[in-house]
Design a binder for this molecule. Structure first.
Ligand code: UT7
Length: 326
């Protein structure tokens, strides 16, 4: 079987910074509450008129450049997003066109914050099966577009951004070691966007009821997240035949520093073995893992031969983990 691995990483973030002090002017909140309860100090927000695909394109171009692979060689573009430019066509098709991946298929994937890990598993399977040689996986979300800036329980958490990796064949001893993907749809109502789908099409009423904004039961999501991060990491290690001591870097979904710390302590990892970006970017949905991975690679925290475990959870409810030797 062909071995699949990560050939290059990229990321893109808006320049505009929304600080906790800014949010204090918008809702009844304060810097101390946000920092102690979430670990977030600031997040990045796209300008009006910018789109999810703008950031996905930039992240994909970086990943291709760093992998040294031409866009024309890409066979498939997968975009994980819950804030596509439009309901259709798929944002992946817009990205495929704009980067010049003229020989690629393209599709979007909806698994909320776990979407990048689902995309990675699809890409690995496609490459390993010999169906495709190069698969570009991007995760991109402008959560600011579906965030209710009158709801202090959610608006302090989210930010915008995109990350991407190029998946392709790698030499023996490198590449993906295992995946774990799961879903519990009975918890779908803990984190969802009510209107705009077939159940509740857009109307004047849905707009006036603020139903085009994300709704979340924070505590329920928190409890689920702590359990899912631990169990999914355990399963992915076990399947790969690894132990926690083999982890060179854990790259968790960046939703709350307390969730990340719970995972870190659960596996007895030192702080330098866990990638954290939440203080500066907040929760950027599916893109949080590839953004944190890209930063770790660019900073030289991980490189060729290192074992990286990525783990996340999100709306669906969904969860997932991946172990890879870079
Ligand atoms: O990727 C998406 C997945 N989403 C998540 O992972 C989110 C998981 N959940 C969490 O991270 C946490 O539950 C939150 C950060 C959302 C909330 O933290 P919490 O410690 O669970 O707070 P809480 O919801 O229990 O609220 C505690 C208090 C409440 O006031 P009362 O009822 O005790 O008087 C809230 O109204 O904090 C209040 N509160 C706030 N106060 C100041 C809630 N949001 C804020 C706020 N500023 N922004």
């Amino acid at each position: 079987m062909i071995r699949a691995g990560i050939l290059g990483t990229g990321s893109a973030l808006p320049q505009r910074v929304l600080t906790n002090a800014d949010l204090e002017q918008m809702v009844d909140t304060n810097d101390e509450w946000i920092v102690t309860r979430t670990g977030i100090r600031e997040r990045r927000i796209a300008e009006p008129g910018e789109t999810t695909s703008d950031y996905a394109v930039a992240a994909c171009q970086q990943a291709l450049t760093r992998a040294g692979v031409e866009a024309a060689a890409v066979d498939m573009v997968i975009c994980a997003t819950v804030t596509p430019d439009m309901v259709f066509p798929a944002t992946a098709c817009l990205v495929q066109d704009r980067i010049g991946a003229v020989n690629a298929g393209a599709f979007d994937l909806s698994a909320a914050c776990t979407g990048f890990l689902y995309g990675l598993a699809c890409a690995a399977a496609m490459v390993q099966a010999g169906l495709n040689r190069y698969v570009l996986v991007c995760a991109a979300d402008l959560l600011s577009r579906i965030t209710d800036y009158e709801d202090r329980k959610t608006c302090v958490l989210f930010g915008d951004g995109a990350g991407a990796v190029l998946v392709g064949p790698v030499s023996e001893g490198r590449g993906f070691l295992s995946f774990d993907l799961g879903s519990d749809g009975s918890g779908g109502h803990f984190l969802y966007l009510p209107a705009g789908g077939s159940k509740m099409p857009a109307s004047l009423e849905t707009i006036s009821n603020r139903q085009h904004y994300l709704k979340m039961e924070g505590q329920e999501t928190f409890k689920f997240a702590v359990k899912a991060m631990a169990s999914s990491t355990e399963r992915v290690l076990e399947t790969a035949g690894l132990t926690k001591d083999d982890i060179d870097l854990l790259v968790p979904h960046q939703a709350n520093i307390r969730i990340i710390d719970a995972a870190r302590k659960r596996f007895g990892l030192d702080e330098d073995k866990v990638a954290v970006t939440i203080h500066k970017y907040g929760n950027t949905s599916a893109s949080s893992i590839p953004i944190a991975l890209d930063e770790a690679v660019q900073e030289g925290r991980v490189g060729s031969g290192d074992v990286v475990v990525m783990v996340g959870f999100g709306g669906g409810l969904t969860w997932g983990a991946a172990a890879v030797r870079l």
